[in-house]
Each structure stands twice: as structure tokens, then as C-alpha cells.
Design a binder for this molecule. Structure first.
Ligand code: 16G
Length: 169
């Protein structure tokens, strides 16, 4: 991934290949990440529940089989723990010449690792991956307080065209 291609206003000196510290690795999620605190990390974002290893494994398999899930993580290799994650999901479309749309989902960074620009690193990485995979756009939902953060990374509110609506079950 070429970090110079990112539409981000902020151009990180760091990149997926060189995350800035030699103990940090950016890579796809692996099965063994159940033991590296993936669920605990996600629970800093929202409710996760008690996911057993079997449940994790089955979901991992389904995601691999169906394709279109790019769960990306940052590991602190000194302690073998995940400290950041973000997911790109790919939606198949008929529109835009049978294009694909990316969605940025489940972005989370361990709050004890603040100030290392890990949020920017993971979001820029996953966004460039979307571009690389041919997505015509990448979309996300976020809390008001995070709008500025995503704006610095090249995301824009589209007035009249960007209202997130949910139906909760
Ligand atoms: C945020 C996340 C979304 C996640 C949701 C969980 C980003 C950019 N957005 O909207 O991906 O699924 O929170 O919240 O990370 P919920 O539990 O209220 O659905």
C-alpha cells in the first residue's frame, strides 16, 4: 500500500510496512488472535458478549468463506496482544459498472496506547486497501466527536446525502 496515495490531509510518517516502532505489526486477523485479546479489544468499542473460542473460530471461517472481510489488526509483539483493529467489508454492487463499495467498521485502538497515531495508521491502511481493491467509495458511521478525526483522514460529510439511520433489533 502506498501511503502517499492516501487522500488523508495528515500523511503519516508511519505506514503498514513501517508502523514506527519495531514492536508493532500491522497485519490481517489470524485465528490465533483469540488468544491475543481480540475480543477484549473490541469490547472497548461496544458490547461483545462472551465469545467462546469455537464461536470465534466459526465466525472466522464464515468470513473467510464468504470473502469480502478484511479484518486488520495492530499487534504489540512484545506482549503478543492486539492493540488496534479495523475492518473493511466489501459490498458487491450492480451500480457504477458492477463496482464494489467499502465500509469501514469496528475501528478500535486500545486506550492505553494513545498518542501513537495508531487510529490514523489503521484507518489509513484499511482505506488504502479499499482503494486497492477497486472500491468506488468507502463509507463509515461514527459518533459526532469523531467527525473531525475522520475528516483529517480524507472522509467527508456529504450534506443531504449522509444521514446514518438504524433499525435496532
Ligand atoms: C461505530 C463503528 C461501527 C460499529 C459500531 C458499533 C466505526 C467507523 N464505526 O459506529 O463499525 O459497528 O460503532 O456500535 O468504527 P453499536 O454497538 O452501537 O452498533
Amino acid at each position: 500500500l502506498d501511503f502517499n496515495k492516501s487522500p488523508a490531509i495528515f500523511k503519516p510518517k508511519i505506514s503498514a510496512a513501517q508502523p514506527g516502532e519495531d514492536w508493532m505489526v500491522v497485519r490481517p486477523l489470524q485465528r490465533s488472535d483469540y488468544d491475543k485479546g481480540f475480543m477484549q479489544l473490541l469490547s472497548q468499542l461496544t458490547s461483545v458478549g462472551n465469545i467462546t473460542r469455537k464461536q470465534f473460530d466459526d465466525r472466522f471461517t464464515k468470513m473467510k468463506q464468504s470473502g469480502g472481510y478484511y479484518v486488520t489488526v495492530i499487534e504489540d509483539t512484545r506482549i503478543a496482544k492486539l492493540i488496534g483493529a479495523a475492518t473493511l467489508t466489501i459490498e458487491q454492487k450492480f451500480i457504477h459498472n458492477c463496482s464494489v463499495r467499502g465500509r469501514l467498521e469496528d475501528v478500535v485502538v486500545n486506550d492505553t496506547y494513545r498518542g501513537k497515531q495508531l487510529g490514523k495508521l489503521i484507518v489509513v491502511t484499511v482505506s488504502l486497501l479499499a482503494q486497492e481493491l477497486g472500491c468506488y467509495k468507502m463509507s463509515l458511521d461514527c459518533k459526532d466527536k469523531l467527525i473531525k478525526f475522520y475528516e483529517t483522514l480524507g472522509y467527508k460529510l456529504e450534506p443531504g446525502n449522509s444521514n446514518a439511520m438504524n433499525m435496532r433489533f
